[in-house]
Design a protein around this ligand. Structure first.
Ligand SMILES: Cc1ncc(COP(=O)(O)O)c(C=O)c1O
Length: 469
């Protein structure tokens, strides 16, 4: 950080502030997490300097001896962890991984059946605004209106009528178990490939908290940065016979040179995930999500499907007379960071939908458990009830800061965190209450509009002494 500060103090300060934000708020976006310091170190390593188009031992550039070893290790660990015959660890992220799956299995114009975005699917599962909806003929299955769960009879009916060449399963905002075995049966009945996108739940598939997509799916795609706790990246897993088509689709089909620093960081994350501690972490993620769901129900919230089997809950906030966007914005003022999201059969637009999506992976990484989840659910209910009361938001924000102090965020360097000992975001203002003497010069330089600094000479201010602006 010191060198970055010397070269570019503007970016250095923003990174420091973001590190501080990540430690001082409750991060409840279900697709986010905290990577370990080891993963961060690999991500920030000299491997970013190397070009390596191609695959290990088959490159188009010299100087690959060590890079090949890194990629071999990452591939071997991915295959072992997921029990896959073949693994490709080069996709830059989840969307390019899905693009490569299309390229490997179907031709432009072919028919694809995917899960509707409003039902919880992802853009790359055939949404009109995505390449997938533009280059392929896509139909979408949805949910049973009574249960709000995947309607497998509807999937079967649609598959028989539409005769897709590929069926996509997997979701971004579906709080229940997906039955990959039924999807396999349906795909077999119509002679379609089955792709399982386990971006959100890959950790749970490893820990046994969610059924595994293999051997049911022909191809499995995943991001590496969600529950799996790796760097931002993607992976594709499949049986050996599909390996060459998948590899060709990733490179040269969709991408150029792999991001070797990310490959190394994926390898580290996979090693971390191949442990009893990671499995226990995943079990706790689910226990925490269930505790959160219960607390929210007790707080009067209506949950899509009534609860959760995995790492996320989706709240329908319309009974509160609010929209998802307004509640998510109010929650952030109190230090609780979520995302607004469509709910099944939503009549509101995606820019201001009826739902708020909350997840437990990041908080569980910080060591929080069911007790904290129950309390956070109460705080969320308080904020929703008293959204127009600044004093309530201030009180909740203080409790959130105390909670964050008790559960430090892993992977974020302490020296960075110590830049500001106490910081409060409220009413869209950033209020810094105390900064250590050693860090004052760079901090003083960074004073965007609306930021007020308070400094104390001797001892930190007590939370109850704070007077927010
Ligand atoms: C199910 C699913 N697939 C794919 C993706 C795309 O991942 P990325 O944003 O890394 O491209 C996401 C992202 O949230 C996702 O939830």
């Amino acid at each position: 950080m010191n060198q970055l500060r010397q070269t570019d103090s503007e970016i250095a300060e923003l990174l420091a502030l973001e590190a501080q934000r990540q430690t001082m708020v409750l991060r409840m976006i279900p697709s986010e997490n905290y990577t370990s310091s080891a993963v961060m170190q690999a991500t920030g390593s000299c491997l970013t300097n190397k070009y390596s188009e191609g695959y290990a031992h088959r490159r188009y550039y010299q100087g690959q001896e060590l890079i090949d070893k890194v990629e071999d290790i990452a591939v071997a660990r991915a295959r072992k962890l997921f029990g896959a015959e073949h693994a490709n660890v080069q996709p830059y992220s989840g969307s390019p991984a899905n693009m490569a799956a299309y390229l490997a299995l179907v031709k432009p114009g072919d028919r694809v059946l995917g899960m509707d975005l409003a039902a919880g699917g992802h853009l790359t599962h055939g949404a009109k605004v995505s390449f997938s909806g533009k280059f392929y003929q896509v139909r979408h299955y949805g949910l049973n209106p009574d249960t709000q769960r995947v309607d497998y009879d509807q999937v079967r009916r649609m598959a028989k009528e539409f005769q897709p060449k590929m069926i996509f399963t997997g979701a971004s905002s579906y709080p229940r178990i997906l039955d990959f075995a039924i999807f396999r049966q349906i795909a077999d009945e119509v002679g379609a490939f089955l792709v399982a996108d386990i971006s959100h739940i890959s950790g749970l598939c490893v820990s046994g908290d969610h059924p595994h997509p293999l051997p049911h799916a022909d191809v499995v795609t995943t991001t590496t940065h969600k529950l799996l706790r790796g760097p931002r990246g993607g992976m594709i897993l499949c049986r050996a016979s599909l390996g060459p088509a998948v590899d060709k689709a990733v490179f040269p089909g969709v991408q150029g040179g792999p991001h070797n620093h990310i490959t190394a960081a994926i390898a580290v994350a996979l090693k971390e995930a191949d442990s009893p501690e990671f499995k226990e972490y995943c079990h706790q993620v689910v226990r925490n999500a269930k505790a959160l769901a219960q607390g929210l129900r007790e707080g009067g919230f209506k949950l899509v499907t009534g609860g959760t089997d995995n790492h996320l809950v989706l709240m329908d906030v319309t009974p509160l007379g609010q929209t998802g966007k307004t509640l998510a914005q109010t929650l952030e003022k109190a230090g609780i960071v979520s995302n607004y999201n469509k709910i099944p059969f939503d009549t509101r637009p995606a820019e201001d939908p009826s739902g708020v999506r909350l997840g437990t992976p990041a908080l569980t990484t910080r060591g929080m458990r069911e007790g904290e989840m129950a309390r956070i659910a109460q705080l969320i209910a308080t904020v929703a009830r008293e959204a127009d009361q600044p004093s309530t938001l201030e009180r909740v924000r203080r409790e959130v800061i105390e909670m964050c102090g008790a559960f430090p965020a892993p992977g974020i360097s302490v020296s960075v965190v110590k830049l500001f000992e106490l910081i409060i975001y409220t009413k869209n203002q950033l209020v810094i209450l105390k900064t250590p003497r050693s860090c004052r010069p760079p901090v003083q330089k960074f004073e965007p509009e609306g930021v007020k600094h308070f400094r104390t000479r001797s001892r930190p201010l007590q939370l109850n002494q704070l007077k927010l602006l």
